[in-house]
Design a protein around this ligand. Sequence first.
Ligand SMILES: [Ca+2]
Ligand SMILES: [Ca+2]
Length: 189
Amino acid sequence: YSCDKIEDELEMTTMCHRPEGLEQLEAQTNFTKRELQVLYRGFKNECPSGVVNEETFKQIYAQFFPHGDATMYAHYLFNAFDTAQNGSVKFEDFVIALSILLRGTVHEKLRWTFNLYDINKDGYINKEEMMDIVKAIYDMMGKYTYPVLKEDAPRQHVEVFFQKMDKNKDGVVTLDEFIESCQEVRTKL
Ligand SMILES: [Ca+2]
Ligand SMILES: [Ca+2]
């Protein structure tokens, strides 16, 4: 037993006894207590400070996409995880998002994705926001993945998506429009 491990155990125990600790997380997520403990160990291992900042997200994504520039996508993703919008992602924020992404219902996943696309968090996706996200994804994939990609490809993509999603043609996509459009695609597939 190393010192670190004992410290971890202690923290875990305190966490278990805190009312907003593990018990509550177990109720808020689709993870078991045992799974939460394993996730917590991993989280503490990677981020001893107990919080993840935007820089960590950028470093992780840079490793996964070495040929592209993942800076912007990591930035948007971080903001979707950082539900309190205070510049740091705690273990609680992290597992709640992970639970939705891995074990949430289709509806929950779509709602999460909508929030990712809604960059200024005003409850609507406008064309600029969709454009920014699509550009960020293209940048992340890098030139090597799409060697013949034309400069205006992202804009064309967004135009087509946006026209389909904005059912009432008022220039913004609401959560309902987003969910409806995504489910149409699913039924066609
Ligand atoms: Ca918005
Ligand atoms: Ca609309």
